[in-house]
Each structure stands twice: as C-alpha cells, then as structure tokens.
Design a protein around this ligand. Structure first.
Ligand SMILES: [Zn+2]
Length: 464
C-alpha cells in the first residue's frame, strides 16, 4: 500500500504538539476517580492525561482546520467499566458523553480504567482519538455530527490519532482474512468495522490531498450531505466512493494477507491437530522470523504466534517457558493481538499447574480485575475460588464459587462452581447447608458428571 502523505503530515503534527505539551495545565482532567483500582495504579494515568490533554486538543483541532481552543474544552475522566453481560462484548476503551455543566452542556471523555491498566491501547493516541470526536461534534453541532456515518467519524479519529494501521493489523490477526476487513460502509457498526473505517478515510485523504480534512469538515458544516461531501473531497463521481475505495485497497490487502498467512498457518494447523512439538518448532521459526512480509499487514500475526507458541509449551508441560511466554503476550501485545486476556488467564493456569497457589491467586485476581468482559471471565473467577479451596480457605472459596453461579448462571463452569460451593460448605462443617446445596445441585444438573460424587457426599453427610 502506498505511503500516505496526508497522514504522515498529521502524525508529524501530533509528534510536534506532544513534545511541546505544557506541564501543570490540568484544568481539563477530573481527578475524582472512584473504583476498584488503588490510587497508585490510577494516578499515573490522571497525571499523563493532565499533561497531554491541552496539546492533544490543539492537535485534534489543527488537523481538522479548527481554531486551537474551544470553550468549554472537553473534560477527561477515568472510571471502571460498568458490568455488562459477560462474554458478549469486551467493551469500548473510551467514550465521549455530553453532560450538563456550569456553562451548559459539556463533553466528557470517559476512559475505562481496565483498558488503561491492562495496556490494551496507547493512551496518548486514544486521547487524541476522543479529542477528534469531541472537536468534530463541537464544530458541527450534534445534529450534523450524528448525520455523519459512523465509518467517517471513526475513520477520521483513527487516522488523525495514528491508530489506523495497527487497528487493521489487529483485526486481520483475528480473522486472517483480508476480505473480511471490508464488510461494507453501512450503518450497522461493530468493533470489527474500525479497520475498514480507517482504510476508507485513508483513501479519502490520499485522494483529497493536503487540506482534505479541513475541506471535508467545512462542507459538512455548510450542510452538504455527508455522502456528497465525501465524494467532493475524494474527487470521485457521485455514488462511486465505496467502489473506488474497495478496488483501490483490496488487491494490496490480499497480497499482504497471503504472505502473512503463509508463515503462520502451517504451525497453527499443527497446533490444531495437537501436534504440539512440531507446532512449537514452527512458531519458534515464525517469531525468529524471516524478513517481514510486505504491506500494511506485515507483522500482524506476531502476538498471535507468540501466544500459540506459549500454548504449545503449556501443552508439552514446559510450564516455566509457557509462563514467560504468556507474560510477554500480556505485557507487550495487549494492543496488537486480541489474545492478551487469554494470555493473562493462562499465566494463572501455569502457576496453578505448578502448585504455586499464592502467585496463581494473584494472577487470577489480576485477570478478573483487568478483563471483566473476557470470554474466560467466569472461568477466571472459578479458578480463583479453586486456588482458595486448595489453600484451605473455604469461606473465600465458597463466596467466589457462589459468585460464579450468580453472575454467570449460563456459563458451562457454573456447574463446577455450584458443586465446589457445596464442597466448600462441607469443608466448613456446615452440614445442613452443604446437604441443601448438594441436593439443589442434583436438581439443577441431573446429567452432571459430578452426580455420583454429589450423591456419595449426601449419603456421607446424612450419616454424620
Ligand atoms: Zn471513536
């Protein structure tokens, strides 16, 4: 894919502005964080936000061709993710909301503490991303802003913040399919669509040249309908933007994808066939790697290869090396592959497998704290309970297992958690409560593989 002159210009601007950020200019940040993290964990993020927010706002506004300042300026806040249905959606990293303030409605950029702490995004880039949203919204007004299609709003924010290429690589690492990156610029918008949003805006900016973004924004402000404003900025015939974009971008994506896939798939197929020793060899070769493939997708599968390398080691019983491998994926690849939460979970598994209960407990506690919406969340809570159970802390085990049954009733692990909660009651000597819970277990899970064990416990308890 050709290098983007327009974007290189914007990124250069971002770098210059960040390096000139003034310390102490902290009026934009709301320091009143209340949540599950302690002060020492959150304070560095509040301080960083205070330090870079004014420059971030200026940078966003200059990229859009707007005056440097705006009043009231968007505020920044950090809060914990609200509980969502587990496993459905990992939750946005940040959002911009309108709130009533002393000077009327003001915009507040809310960062989710978990994604800051677990490192699943570059804070400076994400702040700039949200500043772009806020600045566009303030410049166009709510009505015209909301009339802009999501792909355009998100694509502009990703492009200005310099998040685009990594987002494209991230999405490709999940599906391994270049075509799946381009699902169509329609109004149904999900987390998978950001890659395409960026690619479309990147195309738009390349076609439109240096001042494309300010010109687009001016047209939108004047009330030109967004599709027309896009076509005029990109200098394409009416109704031709999406077809032009696809035919310009897809061939290069396909070529880049094919070379990435050809390195990754052979060891991955061995892993899927449970041939772990050969898979490990393949992943070792991958990460030591031949020179990177060409194009925008080059290097996109490194995090994924490291994760499966660690998993191969885990399957081969090489627990120490696996542990180190999972820690690397969690620390260094949280924003480049979608497997940082899985890696965090498996760190706990490695420690539990080698019977180091105390560190395993810390690892699982960190996992459930930092990844509340992971597909592994229910399992993580149950493992935490198991660590306490194995350490003889039956009351904690009981509460954690009951928590799993209540919070994740439909998860497969709820069955184990129910059984283990009854066992913890038995270990605590609470005979009647244990009996009641074992009986309820047999009613709830009549076909359970723990049925025989539960019945044996009931008989033993009844004889006591
Ligand atoms: Zn956004």
């Amino acid at each position: 894919m050709r290098k983007t002159i327009a974007l290189a210009g914007l990124l250069h601007l971002a770098g210059a502005l960040f390096s000139g950020a003034r310390a102490g200019d902290d009026a934009l940040v709301d320091p009143a964080y209340e949540g599950k993290y302690d002060d020492a964990t959150i304070r560095p993020f509040l301080e960083t936000a205070a330090r870079i927010a004014p420059a971030s706002l200026r940078c966003a506004r200059r990229a859009l061709g707007l005056p440097d300042t705006v009043s009231p300026a968007p505020k920044i806040r950090i809060c914990d993710l609200a509980p969502l249905k587990p496993g459905r959606y990992k939750g946005p990293h940040a959002k911009t909301v309108a709130e009533a303030g002393p000077e009327g409605l003001e915009l507040v950029i809310v960062f989710h503490a978990e994604s800051l702490v677990n490192g699943s995004g570059d804070f400076e880039k994400r702040l700039l991303h949200e500043m772009v949203h806020a600045s566009m919204r303030l410049s166009l007004g709510d009505d015209k802003y909301k009339r802009c299609p999501r792909w355009l709003r998100e694509g502009i924010a990703l492009a200005v913040a310099g998040q685009g290429p990594s987002r494209v690589r991230y999405e490709f690492s999940i599906t391994l399919d270049a075509g799946a990156l381009l699902q169509g610029l329609d109004e149904i918008h999900g987390p998978k669509d950001y890659a395409e949003d960026f690619l479309a805006v990147d195309f738009l900016l390349r076609r439109g040249g240096d001042r494309a973004l300010p010109r687009l924004l001016r047209l939108l402000r004047e009330g030109v309908p967004p599709p027309r404003a896009v076509e005029r900025t990109a200098r394409v015939d009416p109704g031709r933007f999406e077809t032009s974009f696809r035919s310009a971008v897809l061939p290069a994506l396909e070529t880049s994808a094919a070379s990435e896939r050809s390195r990754f798939l052979p060891p991955f197929r061995l892993f899927q066939r449970q041939e772990y020793a050969q898979a490990l060899e393949g992943f070792e070769t991958f990460v030591k790697g031949p020179p990177e493939a060409e194009g925008i997708l080059a290097g996109s599968l490194e995090g994924k290869a490291l994760y499966y390398r660690a998993k191969s080691l885990f399957q081969l019983g090489r627990i120490e090396e696996a542990l180190a491998g999972f820690a690397t994926v969690r620390r260094d690849h949280a924003c480049t592959c979608g497997l940082a939460d899985d890696a965090s979970f498996f760190e706990g598994e490695c420690l539990l497998r080698s019977k180091r209960l105390e560190p395993a407990r810390s690892a699982f506690r960190r996992f459930v704290r930092d990844h509340p919406h992971s597909n592994f969340a229910a399992l993580g809570w149950h493992k935490l309970g198991l660590c306490h159970y194995l350490g003889g802390e039956y009351q904690e085990a009981l509460e954690l297992c009951q928590g799993v049954v209540e919070a994740f009733p439909k998860a497969r692990i709820a069955e184990n958690a129910h059984y283990d909660a009854a066992n913890a009651l038995r270990a605590l000597g609470k005979k009647e409560e244990a009996l009641a819970l074992f009986r309820r277990f047999l009613e709830t899970y009549p076909g359970s593989r723990f049925r025989g064990l539960a019945k044996a416990h009931i008989e033993a308890l009844e004889k006591q």
